[in-house]
Design a protein around this ligand. Structure first.
Ligand code: PLP
Length: 395
């Protein structure tokens, strides 16, 4: 029997965990007060807010006061970069990688328009950062290096310890977009000297509309949302308490799933990947197979159009993606795969599958059954079925 839906797009968003939802419900009913109110009906909720902060901080092995709650990963990335740039106006140079999410990339583009110098560091064919290029890019004006912890499209993990060593030697701050790492790999801020780390609840089974920024104790940073005194005056706005409490629970669940459960998800991902590579010719993995988060695979399927593939998969109830959810709808090939130099014969036909704790073996097998037929039907419609044919055409 085929499942109604196989959801393998967990890097786009995840299902809210049932345990998370039940923690949240009282905050829509009897506990609807404002934690900033003077009377106990509101003020007592500070305890729930701080408990959620403790649970979230535990996932990062950091102090609770180092966690600032925000509305999403995008806000956290914007806050990190703009907050630091505003705090150090004398520094005029920012470094990022070519494969950052638009939350970082477009914030940097905004700063460039405002007159800052922005350098983008390239990656190898496997998606690994060029550390020599990074070293050479730092100069006396450099304020910040922003490098994601794990790439949303390929899952490739970046060597942040090494990046921190390079940056800190030169007195440069490090921000990491940890949105795709949280809940997938262990995080320990006592060992990783990054100054800022962005995260987003809906990527680890909390609801959409809540996220946070880790801010190393003592770091000078200007608020991004200017308003009330909430979050120790680092982020104005009444706290989204129900979602923050939900994210605290999700953090607790994520911490408990980093061991055996991550191994199970990795084995399922590998089964899916191996099965596809074996049953479909002209396929390859995009991204370094040795340095990836356990839930993600990005597979280049040559001589095929990704959008057509997604539609055909959708008809069979399978949710996957060709790039980041934010880039879908654009016909431009992914900036991540372009930066990696993925050949044009498969850059449009690259498919990302991202699994979660709710993914089952039966679901993986269902995809393995469905995909070869879909690919061969689409390839029959394709004008080119081999590199030789393309070369003969003179493309
Ligand atoms: N950074 C990365 C690496 C992401 O994958 C995403 C979302 O896909 C974001 C930032 C943005 O997070 P949010 O959707 O919570 O704004």
């Amino acid at each position: 029997m085929s499942p109604a839906r196989v959801y393998l797009d967990n890097n786009a968003t995840t299902a809210v965990a049932p345990e998370v939802l039940s923690e949240m419900l009282p905050f829509f009913k009897e506990k609807y007060g404002n934690p900033s109110s003077a009377y106990s009906f509101g003020g007592n909720l500070q305890k729930d807010l701080e408990r959620a902060r403790e649970l979230t901080a535990a996932l990062f092995s950091c102090h609770p006061t180092e966690i600032v709650f925000t509305s999403c990963g995008t806000e956290s990335d914007n806050f990190a970069i703009r907050g630091l740039v505003d705090a150090y106006p004398e520094k005029t140079h920012v470094i990022l990688t070519k494969v950052e999410h638009p939350a970082v990339k477009n914030q940097a583009a905004y700063l460039r328009k405002k007159g800052l110098r922005v350098t983008e560091i390239g990656v190898s064919r496997k998606g690994n950062l060029d550390l020599e290029e990074l070293r050479a890019a730092i100069d006396n004006d450099t304020l910040l290096v922003s490098c994601m912890m794990a790439n949303n499209e390929t899952g490739v993990i970046f060597p942040l310890e090494e990046i921190c060593r390079i940056a800190k030697d030169r007195g440069v701050f490090v921000h990491t977009d940890a949105v795709q790492a949280v809940g997938k790999i262990p995080l320990d801020m006592t060992r990783l000297p990054v100054d800022l780390a962005a995260f987003s609840g809906h990527k680890f089974h909390a609801p959409k509309g809540v996220g946070g920024l880790y801010v190393r104790r003592g770091l000078k940073i200007r608020p991004f949302l200017i308003g009330g005194h909430q979050e120790r005056s680092r982020r104005g706005g009444t706290e989204n308490l129900a979602s923050i409490v939900g994210m605290g629970k999700a953090a607790e669940l994520a911490a408990s799933r980093l061991g055996e459960e991550a191994t199970r998800v990795r084995a399922l991902r590998d089964r899916l990947e191996r099965g596809i590579l074996k049953s479909i010719g002209n396929t390859e993995v995009n991204g370094d197979p040795e340095h990836r988060v356990p839930n993600t695979t990005n597979i280049g399927i040559h001589f095929i159009e990704g959008e057509a593939l997604l539609l055909a998969l959708d008809k069979q109830g399978i949710c996957a993606s060709t790039g980041s959810a934010c880039a879908s709808g654009s016909l431009q090939p992914s900036h991540v795969l372009r930066a990696m130099g993925v050949p044009f014969t498969c850059i449009h036909g690259s498919l990302r599958f991202s699994l979660s704790t709710y993914t089952t073996e039966a679901e993986v097998d269902y995809v393995l059954e469905a995909l070869p037929g879909i690919v061969s039907r689409l390839r029959e419609l394709s004008p080119f079925r081999s590199l030789q044919e393309i070369e003969a055409f003179g493309a």
